[in-house]
Write a protein that binds this ligand. Structure first.
Ligand code: MTE
Length: 330
């Protein structure tokens, strides 16, 4: 699925989010090239902006990141895009793949505000230019004890936060997802308050592993995985990785978070992956890696693997929590 980029060569910094070739176009590029003279194609695309927004598009000039987890098998695109939690588009794992196709991801604006010297309202084109887009392969561990390995694309959230100059009063970062009642479920249907909100302590948000994510598998994010921009925080349970972000606010106090509002005894603010602190209703000691199992008599029997402290990122992040009782701050 390589892009025929001899047609349009631009530096990453010159590229607009809306310039990126839609998947439907590049999959069809060969047929397309045979039929139409190249001179006519240069500088033109065949789909309208709204049609483009619906399709995953190839991300050019991806840089490999040294922060990638190495040596583990990456999950298939099919697994990662058809087994999702996105309650605004259904409470069953297979629903977001269909229902989230209604999400309108262009135009999109992210507001960065609160305790900052230079508040910003950014379009996706602006967001794509803040820093080079890196491919980062991370383990992603859900609180429900399944996990996946995903090649995400984005850059450290710290790159964006540095642009707004947090004031000395900023201690936490509060995130908010889009809530569009025209296409999304009601809070009653979803069973959680909406819009979905999340938060991090400022030092957690500034950690290089905290990824502002704009893609996966070398393409823009599909809607069910949180298009057009989401967080990925690999040492925390998956629900901290908020999708389809419209607001990032620097605040003085610990902000409310969706699952903690819904059920505080089960879901804390920190939610670091921790095999020694069980969920009240199940063990967190092991996990099911999607797609992993032993073939017996032609059937794949799912196998479990031990869960790693901080999801295996302890060397990088444990110092953020020195002196804290992680049973209390779960
Ligand atoms: N963000 C929003 N806006 N809505 C959600 O329901 N679910 C969370 C998180 N971000 C959720 C969300 C949960 S519970 C998980 S496990 C991850 O997204 C799932 O991410 P994935 O579907 O890309 O694997």
């Amino acid at each position: 699925m390589k892009r025929a980029n001899f047609l349009l060569i631009k530096k990453a910094a010159d590229l607009r989010h809306s310039d990126i070739t839609p998947k439907s176009v590049y999959l069809d590029r060969r047929k397309f090239l045979a039929a139409i003279p190249a001179a006519f194609l240069a500088g033109k695309e065949m789909l309208s902006p709204s049609a483009r927004a619906l399709a995953a598009a190839k991300l050019p000039n991806l840089v490999k990141s040294p922060l990638s987890t190495t040596g583990e098998t990456v999950n298939t695109y099919e697994d990662v895009t058809h087994y999702n939690n996105y309650y605004e588009f259904g409470t069953r794992k297979n629903q977001p793949a269909t229902l989230a196709q209604k999400l309108k991801t262009s135009p999109w604006t992210v507001s960065i505000e609160g305790e900052v010297e230079k508040p910003l309202k950014l379009s996706m084109d602006d967001i794509m230019k803040i820093a080079p887009i890196e491919e980062r392969i991370y383990r992603h561990r859900c609180v429900e004890a399944w996990s996946i390995v995903v090649p995400w694309a984005g850059y450290s959230l710290s790159e964006l936060l540095k642009k707004v100059s947090p004031t000395p009063k900023a201690k936490f970062v509060a995130f908010e997802s889009l809530y569009d009642p025209k296409v999304m479920w009601t809070p009653e249907q979803a069973g959680i308050p909406l819009p979905y909100v999340e938060g991090l302590r400022l030092d957690e948000a500034m950690h290089p592993l905290a990824l502002l994510c704009v893609g996966m598998y070398g393409e823009t994010l599909p809607p069910q995985d949180g298009a057009p921009v989401r967080m990925v925080i690999p040492w925390k349970y998956g629900f901290k990785s908020i999708k389809s972000i419209v607001k990032i606010k620097l605040v003085t106090k610990q902000p409310p978070t969706t699952w903690n509002i819904s059920n505080a005894p089960e879901y804390g603010f920190y939610s670091n992956v921790n095999p020694h602190v069980d969920h009240p209703r199940w063990s967190q000691a092991t996990e099911q890696r999607l797609g992993e199992g032993e073939k017996k008599l032609g059937i794949v029997v799912p196998s479990r693997r031990p869960t790693l402290m901080f999801n295996g990122y302890g060397d990088q992040v444990a110092s953020l929590y020195t002196g804290m009782d992680l049973k209390k701050f779960y």
